[in-house]
Design a binder for this molecule. Structure first.
Ligand code: FES
Length: 292
């Protein structure tokens, strides 16, 4: 009941989050795709985990302390916590904007609502900090306390919406989270063969392996294979292009090394499942998931 009401309330914001999200996304996409090394750093590719999710805990914890210190009449401690909390919010926002630059559809709308709430909370916290900083240092102020209390409520609402972007809409979730690593050899069925009955060389080819779809690249006698569904947001890798031994996703340009599925360019922070391929007795090929 409550969940339905909250979802309806969030969805009702689509009239403004959709156009605003598209506008902001256009700029952020343009900006972050010009600095892929920074974007990868902020996405968390080096960590194998979305950095934004790691950084968001710090400001929420620190800014909760502001309320505690205020209630204990520790004005200096509250002002320091507030200053640090604002800096932590800015760090988390940077990582969040990097993720946002490759977010589509409903997740983008919801992320727009999330980031708008967070920016409003941030502005309120800045107002609260200014109110506290009297000429002789941190001073106790009922107005500053009330503003930071309201800011925390907005922050909590923003965190709820942000959680929804991940848990309900699956943004930045590994698309292979629930895929088993079965080691059984299965018959591989390439979607295309050349005139000699071989897998065409040097370009991505779609193939079926049981219930899974793979992307294959043949290099001479060697056949390299990855799962076709991009770990970032499900893009079809067989429609991507080869760049220096890696396959580039056509949706947001993540790159995975064809030999082992390692992610070498974001926004994906997850490796792609890789497969071993061998010739079958009697013709054709078979494949199985590479051990981790
Ligand atoms: S779906 Fe986003 S990079 Fe592939």
């Amino acid at each position: 009941m409550l969940a339905h009401a909250l979802t309806r309330l969030m969805d009702a914001q689509g009239a403004w989050t959709r156009p605003l999200g598209d506008l902001v996304h256009r700029f952020l996409h343009w900006f972050f795709h010009r600095i892929p090394a920074i974007r990868d750093l902020l996405n968390g590719r080096w960590l194998g985990h979305p950095l934004h999710a790691v950084l968001t805990d710090a400001p929420i914890g620190i800014l909760f302390l502001v309320i505690v210190f205020d209630l204990l009449h520790l004005a200096d401690a509250a002002a320091w916590a507030l200053g640090i909390g604002i800096l932590a919010m800015l760090g988390a926002a940077l990582a969040g904007f990097a993720d946002y630059s490759d977010t589509d559809g409903r997740a983008r709308e919801r992320a727009t609502l999330h980031s708008t709430l967070m920016i409003v909370a941030l502005l309120a916290y800045i107002v609260s900090l200014v109110l506290r900083l009297g000429p002789s240092g941190a001073t106790e102020s009922a107005g500053a306390f009330i503003v930071s209390l309201i800011a925390f409520l907005i922050l909590a609402a923003g965190a709820f919406v942000g959680g929804d972007v991940v848990y309900a809409l699956g943004n930045m979730v590994d698309r292979h989270a629930f895929r088993g690593a079965g080691t059984k050899w299965l018959v591989l069925e390439p979607a295309e063969l050349d005139a000699t009955g071989q897998i065409p060389e040097g370009r991505p080819i779609k193939a079926k392996l049981g219930i899974n779809q793979l992307v294959l690249v043949r290099q001479g006698a060697q056949i390299l294979a990855l799962h076709d569904v991009c770990a970032h947001a499900g893009g079809p890798l067989n429609e991507g292009k080869l760049v220096d031994g890696a396959i580039e996703c056509p949706w947001h340009y993540s790159r995975y090394r064809m030999t082992n599925g390692d992610v070498i360019q974001g926004p994906s922070v997850y490796h792609q499942p890789a497969y071993e391929v061998r010739a079958r007795d009697g013709g054709g090929w078979e494949a199985r998931r590479q051990p981790a």
